[in-house]
Design a protein around this ligand. Structure first.
Ligand SMILES: [Zn+2]
Length: 502
């Protein structure tokens, strides 16, 4: 029986965030090995507690059974919240565990390896670390085929493409097809192992950092690109076709949107489609992300939306401090404005502040406290906010660690020790806050919250202040040449050629 090892090392790095990611950030969020992992990704399991019942690895295991059978060999699955770069020690440990796991599995024979990576993970002092992981995996597994899947915000490099037999990205944004890409990886690995498939890949790289508007897969202008990819896969034109719309806060100088196509032995076909997709993306380069409201505007709009507040809530996305895009989650700009100007609005908001949690933890509910919150993890973006309030409740939650709810006037402030990843209503309901009772709910997420808050949300306002997830904050990074839209770029092809040819 063919044996296929699988593992996940996944984190999206915001190179501008000063908050480094260490091993406890993985082990305290999602870390499963061996049998526990096999159970979590098997029928009836829950792959990533609190997030996904079925994600890439469950899809992979299902795909192995579907495409000719075989034995899936679980190594480990490690996931951490988007944040700053991994420390070198954290990365070295995870890489060693991967290599050790593969060497152990190889002793009983291996026919392929599937690595579930983010594609935009950064490590202190290591350029393109995910390519290093792919190379290490192939070597440890004895040169067998290696397939990887990425989030579509990953960044492709020449070395990355060379290091894998196929790279498959999500085909949805917000991402909903995690299991599909896992099944795809199984289909390709299984096909190669059975001698049925000869994957051939072509890719293109664009000096394009922002474009495509809101980049939602089912809305224009990106809808046509996503449809073209799905059509190619459905008609058998490609085994896999992907477009990477890139996480802009990535410090690899060869950053930019890219396309990649894998066919069954048809190099010309792969080149043709990768090229066509790249050109479609380039044509959408002038569609920029929307400009967002100031806090004062946002509060004004929320106040005006009386009926909508009565029927549900107004959600405000704190777009400069998006934790799911790697921001520290401790910005105080919007909080300060809501405290000062939003007095008539019952508001739920969050801030990450481990020091404040330490201070508050000994206090029983009902205690009056005075302290400063936020503005400490990233002191260059915002300053600590002095508040006076009452401790409402205390909790210990997976991923968020210790959490204290503080009542400050009309504000219910959820102070977390871990990343304040506010994307789902459960962030608030798990600490006893009823969404229906709020006028305004603040989230720290760009798009997926729109799906999760659908039952409650009657109006959405994106608020910009100052932080590491401002789109133009990425312009501080160093690129390998002019980058659209920061710089004028006439033609994407010369840079594509330079990036692809050694
Ligand atoms: Zn993504």
């Amino acid at each position: 029986m063919k044996r296929f090892a699988y593992a996940r090392i996944m984190q999206e790095t915001n190179a501008l965030s000063p908050v480094k990611t260490a091993l406890p950030d993985f082990e305290g969020s999602h870390y499963l090995t061996g049998d526990a992992l096999a159970a979590a990704v098997g029928p009836g399991g829950h792959e990533i507690a609190g997030f996904f019942k079925k994600a890439e690895l469950a899809g992979f295991v299902e795909g192995v059974a579907r495409h000719g059978g075989g034995e899936p060999v679980p190594l480990f699955s490690a996931w951490a919240s988007s944040s700053g770069p991994l420390t070198r020690a954290c990365y070295d440990t995870l890489r060693e565990r991967l290599v050790d796991g593969l060497r152990g599995a190889r002793a009983r024979g291996l026919d392929g390896v599937y690595l579930c990576l983010h594609g935009a993970m950064g490590v202190e002092g290591v350029r393109d670390p995910e390519t290093q992981l792919l190379r290490a995996a192939r070597e440890a597994a004895g040169g067998v085929p290696v397939v990887t899947t990425h989030d579509l915000h990953g960044n492709l490099t020449r070395e990355r493409v060379a290091a894998a037999d196929a790279i498959v990205a999500y085909g949805t944004n917000p991402h909903r097809d995690h299991a599909r890409v896992g099944r795809k990886a199984a289909e390709i690995l299984g096909g190669v192992a059975a001698g049925r498939l000869r994957p051939t890949t072509a890719w293109r790289s664009l000096p394009l950092l922002l474009g495509g508007g809101r980049t939602i897969d089912f809305l224009p202008p990106m809808r046509a690109v996503f449809r073209r990819m799905r059509r190619a896969e459905r008609k058998g034109e490609a085994l896999a076709a992907s477009t990477f719309m890139v996480h802009p806060w990535n410090d690899d100088p060869a950053l930019g949107w890219s396309t990649i196509v894998t066919t069954d032995g048809d190099q010309a076909g792969a080149d043709r489609l990768a090229d066509e997709l790249a050109q479609m993306c380039w044509e959408r380069r002038h569609e920029q992300p929307p400009t967002f409201a100031t806090p004062a505007d946002a509060i004004f709009q929320a106040r005006k939306a009386r009926l909508r507040r009565k029927l549900g809530v107004v959600t405000m996305s704190d777009a400069s401090d998006v934790v799911t895009a790697g921001a520290p989650g401790d910005s105080t700009h919007l909080l300060r404005a809501l405290l000062e100007d939003g007095r008539d609005l019952v508001t739920y908001a969050a801030v990450r502040d481990p020091d404040a949690v330490d201070t508050l933890w000994p206090h029983p509910p009902g205690d009056e406290v005075r302290l400063e919150v936020g503005g400490k993890l990233d002191p260059t973006s915002s300053t600590p906010l002095p508040v006076r309030g009452t401790v409402v409740s205390k909790h210990q939650l997976v991923g968020f660690l210790r959490v204290v709810v503080l009542a400050v006037d009309h504000l219910r402030l959820v102070i977390t020790e871990g990343p304040a990843m506010v994307m789902k209503p459960s962030f608030y309901t798990d600490v006893g806050l009823d969404i229906w009772k709020a006028d305004v709910v603040v989230v720290k997420n760009f798009f997926p919250f729109l799906l999760f808050f659908l039952p409650y949300n009657r109006k959405t306002i994106f608020v910009r202040t100052r932080g590491v997830t401002d789109f133009d904050a990425a312009y501080r990074l160093t690129f390998d040449g002019p980058m659209h839209p920061r710089d004028p770029v006439d033609d994407w092809r010369p840079r594509d050629r330079a990036r692809r040819e050694p």
